[in-house]
Structure formats: C-alpha cells, structure tokens
Design a protein around this ligand. Structure first.
Ligand code: NAD
Ligand code: MG
Length: 408
C-alpha cells in the first residue's frame, strides 16, 4: 500500500468506532483521520480529536458540540467542530476522503452512509440498518457511483472472504455456490428457561457471552433480531434469496459464517471474536495487515458446536424472514419498530418478551408499500415508530404488564 488513505469514521465514539481507531493507531503510516463523529459523547470525541487530529469533528447534539468547541480551542486544536445531521453527510462525502467507516447505530446511519455511497467512497459497512431499511436504494447508489462496499459485520465479512473473488458483479446463484450459512451465537438467553425470559433485565440482555458491543445490538443479539437483520443484510450484499440463507447457532463464535458450494465444499472463516479482524480486513482490502487480535488457538477452543435456531424462543428471527419475504418497506417497518421497542426495553418501560410482540403488531398494522423510494422508506420508518410508541404507551397503561416489566 503506497498512498496514505484518508478516513472518515461515522460513529467513532461507539464500540465499532473505537475498535476502528484502535486498528488505525497501529498503522498511522497508512491512514489519516479526516473526520470523526458521535451523537453527544463530547468527552470521548475530545480525547479522540487530541490523539488523531482530524480536520472535522461532528456531534449531533448542539450543547455537546458547543462544549467540544470550547475544550478543543483551549487545547489549541485545529479541528473544526460541526453540528447536526447534515454535517454527518458532509463529512461522509468530502472529496479528500477515500474511505468511510459507517458505524452509526440504527436508522440514523442511513443518510450519511447513503451520502458516502453516492460520493463513490470505499465504504466499510457496519451499520446494517442501512441495508435493512433501504437495501435496493443503497445497492443501486453503490453501483451507480462505482463505490466499493466491504462488509464489516463479522458474519458478512466472513462470507465475503469465503466467496469466490468478484462475487459482487454476479447475480445469484453465484457460480458454484449453493448456500450461505450465517452463524449466530444464540446470545445470552440461548438456554434460559422460557418462563424466565419475561423477567430478564437490560443488564442481563447486554451481557453477551462472546462479543462486547453497543447496547442496541446487544439487545438485538439477545432477541436474535440481530441475526434477522443480518439475513436481510446478506440478501442485499450477496444477492441471495431468503431460501439460500440459513442461520446456524454456533455458541463459541469462532466460525464467523460459511459458504456451501455445489461440489460439497464448505468454506468457513474463523477467528477469535474481535471486531478488529473484519475492520482490519476492510481497511487493508485487498491487502492484509495486523489488527491486534490474538491468533486463534484451536487447541484451546477444542470444540465447535452447532444447533438449529429456536424460532419459538426467538420470534424476532421469524419476523425478519417474514419482512424480507414481504419486501418493499416491510424491512424498514420491522427495523423501526425494533429500534423503538429495544429503546423502551432499555429504559425498563416494557419487558423483554414485549419487544417481539410490538414488532409483530406493527407489521400487522402497517401494510408494506412495494413502490420503493427513499421517501417511502423514511415515511414507513416514521409511521412504524408512531405505531410502536402508541402500542408501548398502551402496554404501559396496562398495570399488569407494567409490573412484569419492572421485575428486576
Ligand atoms: P454503539 O452504540 O456503541 O455506537 C454507535 C455510534 O453511533 C456512536 O458513535 C454514537 O454516538 C453514534 N450515534 C448513535 N445515535 C446517533 C444519531 N442519532 N446520530 C448520529 N450518531 C449517532 O454501537 P456499535 O455497537 O458500535 O454499533 C454500530 C453499528 O455497527 C450498528 O449498526 C451495529 O449493528 C453494527 N455492528 C456492531 C458490531 C459490534 O460488535 N459492536 C458488530 C457488527 C455490526
Ligand atoms: Mg454480526
């Protein structure tokens, strides 16, 4: 690699953002940080600015941006602070930027990630919600601008590595490929007695056995909605129909996913569960570079287990397949209802099991629109949020449910 690459990290204050900076810090001769962004964590962003000296720092929150401006000017920093959603799109599309790490959580990532796609950047995609909400629109934008799209979600990064080179240009079926096997850890409640699930707390849901992640994706892993979103993500990334994407529970999270070929071969990508591996893969692609992740010791791992997913225990996984098959705006509705329900669970306003009930009900109440523009997607997202909020309010007025939701 000869030329230094200029980098924007959307969501630098989060789990993926911090891991990305950890990898970048190991290769300061290869990457220059141009922009860092966060929602409102000005203290974390301040430290990152002092260390990585970006040209721009963006915060969504006005008060947090004002605090950051003051602190950076006292520290004699040349970083320019910007504020608001439009600034996220601005730093994603800057002409001098080569690579954009899309690591904002949730629907808030859609517009800035789309801006990077339209500007033809190399996009390292962690924000799976972009593809869930607007898969067709996003993939079209990537193709039209000639952007390079590299999956960072560990499963999709594994599939990318196990597929034949140049898969992106091929229509399904990709030559010789019969199936994608998407692995799932099963999360913290894989073996929890069903009767106890009603009472699990946000702390328990966020204590993932193998991965350290942000709170939203941790709850998604506990409901297995994360795997459902990933099925939809795989559908768009690899052009694969729902029938060709099979979820396999693999509790050790050592195999990050597999590709099955027509001749009986199955290729897996393995490694310790640490997001710095797919991040380094995406950053260096098509080369390889160190990530800080310890080499995999298979003798220590000793056993790799597999089981079928339990669709009764994890109704969110079934809801995601249902939304994928319904198509149109259904996945955007699923995603928005999930975001609202997960936030309510994290605020202890609803119980763990109510998350799936809310999403199922929103999908029933809002029929999917099949004509698909960005406006359709944003309208479906807003409508689903409204319906979900109303359902949650009525749940909360129901004292019996309220009591259940508050049992710690
Ligand atoms: P996180 O909550 O730790 O960080 C999210 C980042 O987005 C933070 O920088 C936050 O400030 C920013 N953000 C949140 N809301 C925002 C808003 N409204 N506007 C602008 N910025 C906002 O989340 P994470 O775990 O790092 O996950 C980020 C994305 O990567 C998610 O889409 C997640 O599904 C995906 N992902 C994460 C992991 C993981 O290991 N953490 C693995 C695979 C995929
Ligand atoms: Mg994943």
């Amino acid at each position: 690699m000869n030329k230094v690459k200029n980098l924007t990290i959307l969501g630098s204050t989060g789990s993926i953002g911090v891991s990305t900076l950890n990898v970048v810090a190991r290769h300061v001769d290869r990457y220059r940080v141009i922009a860092l962004t966060g929602q409102r964590q000005d203290e974390v962003l301040f430290e990152q600015c002092v260390r990585f000296k970006p040209r721009y720092a963006v915060l969504l929150d006005e008060a947090a941006a004002a605090r950051l401006t003051t602190r950076l000017s006292h520290a004699g920093s040349a970083t320019q602070v910007m504020q608001g959603a439009a600034a996220l799109e601005f730093v994603a599309a800057l002409p001098e930027v080569d690579t954009v790490m899309a690591a904002i959580v949730g629907a808030a990532g859609l517009n800035p990630t789309l801006a990077a796609a339209r500007a033809g950047k190399k996009i390292l995609l962690a924000n799976k919600e972009t593809l869930v909400m607007a898969g067709r629109i996003f993939m079209d934008a990537v193709q039209k601008s000639g952007a390079t799209l590299l999956p960072i979600d560990s499963e999709h990064n594994a599939i990318f590595q196990a597929l034949p080179n140049g898969y992106a240009s091929a229509d399904w079926p990709i030559s010789g490929v019969s199936k994608i096997l998407l692995t799932a850890s099963g999360g913290p409640f894989r073996n929890t007695p069903l009767a106890q699930l009603q009472h699990v707390t946000p702390e328990q849901a966020c204590a993932h056995p193998n991965w350290s992640m942000g709170r939203k994706i941790s709850v998604d892993s506990a409901t297995m909605m994360n795997k459902g979103l990933e099925v939809i993500e795989a559908h768009w990334l690899f052009n694969a129909p729902a029938e060709a994407i099979q979820v396999i529970v693999h509790p050790q999270s050592i195999i990050h996913s597999l590709v099955q070929y027509v001749d009986g071969s199955v290729l897996a990508q393995m490694g310790n569960p640490d997001m710095r591996t797919p991040i380094a893969h995406g950053l260096a692609y098509p080369e390889r570079m160190t990530s800080g992740v310890a080499p995999l010791d298979l003798l220590k791992v000793a056993a790799l287990n597999f089981e079928a997913p339990d669709f009764v225990r994890f109704p969110c996984l079934a809801l995601a397949y249902q939304a994928l098959r319904a198509g149109g705006t259904a996945p955007a509705i699923l995603n928005a209802a999930n975001e609202v329900a997960v936030a309510a669970f994290l605020e202890r306003r609803i119980s763990f099991l109510t998350i799936a009930k809310i999403i199922a009900e929103v999908l029933v109440r809002l029929p999917a629109n099949t004509t698909l523009t960005l406006q359709d997607v944003l309208a479906a997202d807003a409508a689903a949020r409204d319906v979900a909020q109303n359902l949650i309010s009525s749940e909360i007025n129901n004292s019996e449910l309220k009591n259940k939701a508050h049992i710690a």
